[in-house]
Write a protein that binds this ligand. Structure first.
Ligand SMILES: [Zn+2]
Length: 149
C-alpha cells in the first residue's frame, strides 16, 4: 500500500514539475511579454504541449528544465542513486521531446527549445528568443497572411 501511494505521488510530482509554471517558464513569458509578443500557453492540441505558442508566426517554444529533459550540463546530471530508474525516466522524456519537435516541424511550425541553464546570461538569451521569433519563415509551408504588424 505504502509503496503504491509513493509511486503515485511521485508521478504526480513529476507531472507538476514538467508541465506547469516553472520559474524558467515565468521568466521567458515575462521577458517576451515585456517585448510586446503575444502568445498562448500550453496548447494541448499540439504535439508535446508546447510551453509557448505564437500562432500567427507559426512558432513554438519549449522551455526545458535541464534535469527533467536530460541536458548535457551540470544541472542535467543524474542522481547517484536509482541510476537505472532515472536513466529510463529521463530517456523517455528526451524521446518524447524529439518526437514532438519532429511532428511540429512536419506541420510547418518553427520550433525552439531553450534550456534553463541558458538563461543565466539574460541579454544573450533575450536576443536569442527575438532572433528566433522574428526570423523569416523558412520551409515554404508558412504563409505570409499571418504576419503581425
Ligand atoms: Zn542545462
Amino acid at each position: 500500500m505504502a509503496d503504491t501511494r509513493t509511486v503515485q505521488q511521485r508521478s504526480a510530482n513529476m507531472r507538476a514539475v514538467r508541465s506547469k509554471n516553472t520559474a524558467p517558464e515565468i521568466l521567458v513569458r515575462s521577458t517576451l511579454h515585456r517585448l510586446g509578443y503575444r502568445f498562448r500557453l500550453h496548447r494541448r492540441d499540439l504535439p508535446g504541449t508546447p510551453d509557448l505558442v505564437f500562432p500567427a508566426r507559426k512558432c513554438v517554444i519549449f522551455i526545458h528544465g535541464c534535469f527533467w529533459h536530460g541536458h548535457e550540463c551540470a544541472r542535467g546530471s543524474l542522481p547517484s542513486t536509482n541510476v537505472t530508474f532515472w536513466q529510463t525516466k529521463i530517456g523517455k522524456n528526451k524521446e518524447r521531446d524529439t518526437r514532438a519537435q519532429q511532428e511540429l516541424k512536419k506541420s510547418g511550425w518553427k520550433v525552439l527549445a531553450v534550456w534553463e541553464c541558458e538563461m543565466k546570461n539574460k541579454i544573450r538569451f533575450q536576443n536569442r528568443l527575438v532572433r528566433f521569433l522574428d526570423r523569416k519563415a523558412g520551409a515554404g509551408k508558412v504563409q505570409s497572411k499571418g504576419r503581425l504588424e
